[in-house]
Write a protein that binds this ligand. Structure first.
Ligand SMILES: C[S@@+](CC[C@H](N)C(=O)[O-])C[C@H]1O[C@@H](n2cnc3c(N)ncnc32)[C@H](O)[C@@H]1O
Length: 237
């Protein structure tokens, strides 16, 4: 299949992650680890989450694209958040259920996880539901026109003062397709950073932090744009 034949990118991504669930985990672990030290920027951005939106009794967090829950969802659970963790791939969610079982039936007033197998574009939460939304390496798999709608949805789901922490690709390319990414066809889509920056601001978000970080993914240098934005406590005029 070539990129021009992709009629349903979301279905392609779902099928891909259902197939490569465990292989992705091993691949990510390998590319995140140098000298036995986890060096992923995710750690740095999780520290920002803990600092900006520390877990208190009922701090509600939405994670988009949680995969198997290891290690990132687990790390946030250990900090004490009440997490709704969403992933498109049923296989990933099935693995996350096994990996995170000690938190699934936990007292909802404490750290607990609700695992949801769904397309993030089809989520329908009420306004002001979450204190923070985290999406690492996941929104890049959504067609870019839909990304713009999703960023607005995230703004609405956040409580005033809530944070959105995310990474996206940096290039202005509507379709990126690999016929064999870790063993399955895979799809990504991206706007330039300036386009997303403008959109986030027009939606109402205020920038707290952002940077481009170059990562070495199994020998390939790939850059991602990492950012933290906040929904203002009072509406901006
Ligand atoms: C590259 S993995 C990232 C996993 C994890 N967040 C991490 O940082 O390692 C992308 C994950 O996003 C999920 N995903 C992709 N598109 C999605 C969508 N439309 N809705 C929900 N999850 C999606 C995939 O199934 C996959 O588990």
């Amino acid at each position: 299949m070539s990129e021009t034949d992709i009629v349903d990118p979301i279905a392609l991504v779902k099928e891909g992650y259902d197939k490569i669930a465990l292989d992705y985990l091993a691949w990510a672990e390998e590319s995140n680890t140098a000298d036995n030290t986890t060096n992923s920027p995710r750690l740095k951005y999780l520290e920002k989450l803990y600092e900006l939106a520390p877990a208190q009794n009922t701090t509600r967090l939405l994670e988009l694209g949680c995969a198997t829950g290891l290690p990132w969802t687990q790390k946030m659970l250990e900090k004490g958040y009440q997490i709704t963790a969403v992933d498109l791939s049923e296989r990933q969610i099935q693995l996350a259920r096994e990996n995170l079982k000690r938190w699934i039936s936990a007292n909802p007033a404490e750290n607990s996880v609700d695992l949801v197998s769904a397309d993030m574009m089809k989520l329908a939460y009420s306004n002001y539901t979450f204190d923070a939304v985290v999406a690492f390496f996941s929104i890049i798999h959504v067609p870019r026109d839909m990304q713009l709608v999703l960023l607005e949805n995230i703004y609405n789901w956040l409580k005033p003062g809530g944070y959105f922490i995310c990474n996206l690709a940096t290039m202005d390319v509507p379709v990126i397709y690999d016929p064999n990414w870790i063993g399955a066809p895979m799809y990504w889509s991206s706007w330039s950073c300036s386009k997303i920056r403008e959109h986030l601001s027009s939606v109402g978000f205020v920038f707290v932090d952002d940077e481009v970080i170059v990562e070495n993914e199994h020998g390939a240098e790939i850059e991602f744009w990492w950012f933290v934005v906040q929904k203002p406590i009072t509406k901006q005029e």
